[in-house]
Design a protein around this ligand. Structure first.
Ligand code: NAD
Length: 508
């Protein structure tokens, strides 16, 4: 039997009254064993409390892993097309609730309503795309080198998967992990980020309502040290799928190493858009503004470097400043707002520190400070800094806020060199009308994703998502490549010759 959380109550302000939410373990919603909780606050107005969530620890992780382990056999033996039907139904339910969940997400993490609708849509897309995988999960058949022998390879589930997610795509990123893990027949324990606990709960609730059996998905809230680490260390957790910062990703990788635990890491970015002299500048300006300031710059694929060819530097600079100064900051549920707050106070302080560094390294063109007029929350004015080069810290370190830098270069060769002169390799873009230059960029930019005449953000769920260099450890989420994370290959040989046949030996 499964239970759901109680329906939220409307307050006079249109916001829901604070509620108490729980972990989901073995189909039951329950508080942390310790009884500890933490609060989920609205970053546009920190006096607005969305709810309290369990601050769990290793005891809760233990119970969740046991539940996932117990549920594994029945789930892996459920026919994959049937698993796909449940996931398809979850997509349908999400479609019906898209508006409610988008509004809740804006309230808990700040990005504007159009973007939170996109976040839910990404989870819907992931459900519909992956549901069909239930009738594919293709392996290979291949001839044997021996007579009367049959060879094939099959995708097998892995077991209990630990999923650790960040706050910037509060439903989309959990869905990128949960949905492929489930279609492949794995069971999971999800630990979402503490800044956005509600949106992941909604996804889990919907999957449960669609028919995922108890114990298959377990949801445990809490910090990286009290929940993340016990999950990583647990011997019955066979795989860790982590999305977050490079710093934490490195420690997750190290913790997984002694047990040879499979780990997929999707980490930080420092993404460049190259604007060449023949570019459509109107298009480039729109793409830069959307890429740099959408989600207040808190996307792993955010445009945090604008590499501009010298001949159009001054014009691009002036047009950008004008366009940025027209952006409206405020609470993302209000009409006409372009940019919301950043996620919390410490993120705001870190971004403001980087802005101070940038002011010394280059010239501040606009923004550069907190915007208290936009509201009581964590608002930072969209910031543009000029004349930055690859030696500068703000060209090298991930700021994860509404800050971008202009980096003038002589030509395409230098642009590609500057774009690649970085430890990260997630997303890149080039604006040009020259097809030869576009194809050189597609070939030479060191990144998991390259866009031509489009911003650095905008991934679709049926293409591989991930980065090179320190952005990850070589896995790709989304598309059919996600199955390579969540399945093991098994090679199968069937000899129907009725005699001993020896591969390589019986060779004549
Ligand atoms: P973060 O690394 O601080 O936290 C990510 C998750 O890890 C959270 O759930 C957190 O509680 C948990 N965690 C923290 N310390 C831990 C520990 N020691 N052990 C185990 N778990 C721990 O990242 P964040 O601030 O939530 O997210 C922003 C970062 O995520 C940025 O660097 C961004 O580029 C990256 N990101 C990457 C992608 C991608 O697909 N490449 C997508 C979105 C975000």
């Amino acid at each position: 039997m499964t239970t759901t959380q109680t329906a939220p109550k409307e307050t006079g302000t249109g916001n829901m009254a604070p509620q108490t939410f729980n972990n989901l373990i073995n189909g039951q919603w329950k508080p942390a064993k310790s009884g500890k909780t933490f609060q989920n606050l609205n970053p546009a107005d920190p006096s607005d409390c969305i709810g309290t969530f369990p601050a769990s620890d290793a005891q809760d992780v233990q119970e969740a892993v046991e539940a996932a382990k117990k549920a594994y056999d029945a789930w892996r033996l459920t026919p994959a097309p049937r698993r796909g039907e449940i996931i398809f139904k979850a997509g349908q339910i999400l479609m019906e609730r898209k508006e409610q969940y988008a509004r809740e997400m804006t309230r808990e993490m700040g990005k504007v309503l159009a973007e939170t609708r996109g976040d839910i849509q990404e989870a819907i897309d992931m459900c519909f795309y992956t549901a069909g995988e239930g009738r594919r999960l293709f392996g290979h058949t291949t001839p044997s080198e021996l007579q009367n022998k049959f060879c094939m390879s099959l995708r097998m589930p892995i077991g209990v998967c630990g999923l650790i997610t960040p706050w910037n795509f509060p439903m989309a990123i959990p869905s990128w992990k949960l949905i492929p893990a489930l279609i492949a027949g794995n069971t999971v324990v999800l630990k979402p980020a503490s800044d956005t606990p509600l949106s992941s709960l909604r996804l889990v609730e919907v999957l449960q309502e669609a028919g995922v059996p108890e114990g298959v998905i377990n949801l445990v809230y809490g910090s990286g040290s009290t929940v993340g680490n016990p999950l990583i260390d647990h011997p019955d957790v066979r795989l860790i799928s982590f999305t977050g910062s490079c710093e934490v990703g490195r420690s997750v990788n190290e913790r997984c190493a002694p047990n040879f635990k499979r780990v997929s890491l999707e980490l930080g970015g420092k993404n460049a858009a190259i604007i060449l002299e023949d570019a459509n500048l109107d298009l480039a300006v729109e793409g830069i503004v959307w890429g740099a300031f959408g989600t207040a710059g808190q996307r792993c694929t955010a445009t945090s470097r604008v590499i501009v060819q010298k001949g159009i530097h001054a014009e691009l600079r002036d047009r950008l400043v004008k366009r940025i100064n027209g952006l409206k900051l405020g609470y993302g549920l209000e009409k006409g707002i372009d940019v919301g707050p950043v996620v919390n106070e410490s993120a705001m302080n870190k971004i403001l520190e980087y802005i101070e560094i940038g002011k010394k390294e280059g010239q501040l063109l606009t923004g550069g400070e907190r915007d208290t007029a936009a509201g009581a929350g964590w608002f930072i004015k969209p910031t543009l800094i000029d004349n930055i080069n690859t030696k500068h810290r703000i060209a090298q370190e991930e700021i994860f806020g509404p800050v971008t830098a202009l980096m003038p270069v002589a030509d395409l060769d230098e642009a590609i060199h500057v774009a690649n002169d970085i430890e990260f390799g997630l997303s890149t873009a080039i604006y040009t009308k020259d097809v030869n230059k576009a194809f050189r960029a597609l070939r030479d930019l060191e990144a998991g994703i390259t866009y031509v005449n489009a911003p650095t953000i905008g991934a679709e769920v049926h293409l591989p998502f991930g980065g090179v260099k320190n952005t990850g450890n070589g896995h790709r989420e989304a598309a059919e490549t996600a199955l390579d994370i969540f399945t093991e290959w098994k090679a199968c040989y069937v000899d129907y010759s009725d005699r001993l046949q020896r591969a390589q030996i019986d060779h004549n």
